[in-house]
Design a protein around this ligand. Structure first.
Ligand code: HSE
Length: 435
């Protein structure tokens, strides 16, 4: 029986999950792959910290990644270090040495995917990254293989478990942002640097990867309009709820006339929509293809075992190919298609908007605000004034009909210049129709 030798870079939360799955399901995995699976080396800078559920004394630990990268008998390298460097250099070395690579590193792929795909293609090896997007949901495989016959029209959803966990806690329990963030970190959902999660970058990384596969176009991260959840307040969550909406951090890509909209931002969606029911660390992604119609993918988007499950999907596929002499094809790697769509400018998008204007409660203020919206071609669907103020500004909450982003920004700048307006107006985009 062929022996496929695997080297693991990084024995953190996900790495430990990968080893646990091998230890507990080896017989089944080997039977499915048709080969023996040998964990030949595990490299980590920390050789002493106990990993729950594992006896690291029984593992082939090394403090030096070169023992993985320089071992000619290791055919598959699983990179679970995260971050850009040294992960990028390690993967490039592994690929150059003719090793197949499996990674969960969405930040690296979003920044340097083209370089890595090209390196893998040149060497005729596989670069698997199922675990990089939406944790345990087999989304990459579905987009890459299952939907190959489709022109994809849109991909959107919740792809950051930490932000969704925080927003869910804030919505359901009324806890503060900071309390909810600490809990998410304690559960091991958040990135080492939680800024990536809460400022929307982690969602943007995953969206960049999905767009590459779904629309066959490489979008630069700087062309993805990215807003996180740090400015979402309990007040806006409560007003959204009163209006029949929930606030979620959505990653959105839509084919438009001659381009593709790619954006990440807090979004109000009708409380009755399936995405609104996606709570806690769960992810959900909707895809519309011209042949297949609408699809919904749902599952755990973060956490040790779901992500390790995705790592094994790729690893087993590679092991099976090695065992049965099936070559890796450059064709299987992400690439730009003929007529790849360029990213559409954010200014040109159209959607409905929620506004919270902090205004003095004086005669004529509302008409001045409404006048500015009207002058900018924005029609109001709904207005509620919350409370009555004599001296303090009061929140005036509005929902617009569909409007153009460029017009909305111009209107907001003018509204915020009004002497009756006390603070910058909060604007949240609304998707998914009326509540
Ligand atoms: N920090 C990520 C999340 C982990 O919260 O979704 C999975 O990529």
């Amino acid at each position: 029986m062929t022996d496929v030798r695997i080297g693991l870079l990084g024995l953190g939360t996900i790495g430990a999950g990968v080893v646990k799955i091998l230890e507990s399901r080896r017989a089944m995995l080997e039977e499915r792959a048709g080969c023996r699976l040998t964990l030949a080396a595990v490299a980590d800078t920390d050789l002493t910290r106990p990993r729950e559920g594992l006896d690291i004394r029984t593992l082939p630990m090394t403090g030096d990644a070169a023992h993985v990268l320089g071992d000619p008998a290791i055919q598959v390298v699983i990179e679970l270090i995260g971050g850009i460097e040294p992960a990028r250099s390690f993967i490039l070395r592994a690929l150059a040495a003719g090793k197949h690579v499996v990674t969960a590193n969405k930040a690296l792929l979003a920044h340097h995917g083209a370089e890595l795909y090209e390196a893998a293609g040149r060497r005729g090896v596989t670069l698997g990254f199922e675990a990089a997007v939406a944790g345990g949901i087999p989304l990459i495989q579905a987009v890459k293989e299952g939907l190959v016959a489709n022109r994809i029209l849109s991909v959107f959803g919740i792809v950051n478990g930490t932000s969704n966990y925080i927003l869910s806690k804030m919505t359901d329990e009324g806890v503060d942002f900071s309390v909810a963030l600490k809990e998410a970190q304690a559960h091991g959902y958040a990135e080492a640097d939680p800024t990536l999660d809460i400022e929307g970058m982690d969602s943007a990384h995953k969206l960049q990867i999905l767009v590459t596969l779904a629309f066959r176009t490489f979008v630069d991260l700087k062309d993805i309009h990215t807003e996180g959840i740090t400015r979402v307040t309990a007040q806006d969550i409560a007003y959204a709820r009163e209006l029949g909406y929930r606030i979620k951090l959505l990653a959105i890509a839509k084919a438009t006339n001659g381009g593709v909209e790619v954006r990440v931002h807090p979004t109000m969606i009708p409380a009755a929509s399936p995405l609104a029911a996606v709570a806690g660390v769960f992810n959900a992604v909707f895809i519309t293809g011209d042949a297949v119609g609408d699809l919904m993918f749902y599952g755990r988007g973060a956490g040790q075992m779901p992500t390790a499950s995705a790592v094994w999907a790729d690893t087993l596929d590679i092991a099976r190919r090695i065992a049965h002499d099936v070559p890796a094809l450059a064709l299987e790697l992400p690439s730009a298609g003929p007529g790849a769509l360029p990213p559409a400018p954010m200014d040109a998008i159209r959607c409905c908007y929620y506004l919270r204007v902090m205004a003095q409660d004086r005669p004529g203020v509302l008409s001045r605000v409404a006048g500015i919206l009207g002058e900018n071609d924005i029609s109001i669907a709904n207005v509620i004034q919350k409370g009555r103020g004599t001296r303090e500004a009061v929140p005036v909450v509005m929902l617009s009909h569909e409007a153009r982003e460029r017009d909305m920004r111009r209107a907001l700048a003018a509204i915020d210049r009004l002497p009756d307006v006390a603070a910058a107006t909060t604007m949240i985009r609304v998707e998914g129709g009326r509540a």
